[in-house]
Design a protein around this ligand. Sequence first.
Ligand SMILES: [Zn+2]
Length: 88
Amino acid sequence: MQTCEEAGIIGAATGVVGSVQAEEAIKVVLGVGNPLSGRIFQHDGLLGETRITTFPRDPECPVCSSKARITDLARYEEQVSPRGHVLV
Ligand SMILES: [Zn+2]
């Protein structure tokens, strides 16, 4: 499967996903509604479909598990490589 960087992306799709992300942030900040925590929102503009998939929490997650190694987001760039690999 090609990445968005390789295959390109329809600009409007970024607007759809960006709007959903903004809505999620507002819900979390205001403490209202049912945030997408533990779920992934997927949008396929070519098919005109959206889908929400649930997934279990990773007990080894370096950010949000009880074993978190990344606890200071101000130092995120020092702790995570540009490709998302945890360095600490
Ligand atoms: Zn996590």
